[in-house]
Ligand binder design. Sequence first.
Ligand code: ZN
Length: 117
Amino acid sequence: MEPVYFVIHRTVCRSCRGSGFVQNSVWHEFYRPFWFGGVKPVDYDARAREMGYADCEAMPPEEVECGECQGTGEMRYEVPLVEALAKLGVDFPGGEAVGAEGFGVNDLDRAERDRQI
Ligand SMILES: [Zn+2]
């Protein structure tokens, strides 16, 4: 059996843009009437009470660790070495260079995402 080699493709997490944190969904819901409902953000504590909290201070933290990257800010994928070389435009025996496109998040198809490590 021929050995199969992989390289690691690292990219910035799309969900948190590399910060490692995202807005807590509770706060997204909190802001919804202000952003989309035409409600003037006058009394934030009143909005917190509508959501069942004593006031804004009693609400959970506004930012939480990004679940997509587990707070690292980056995504890592295993990519077969021959595939990586081809995408980088490196010609090699038995390989077919496809141009120096480099890697981008959009290059990752579902199969690559499934190889996330
Ligand atoms: Zn992230």
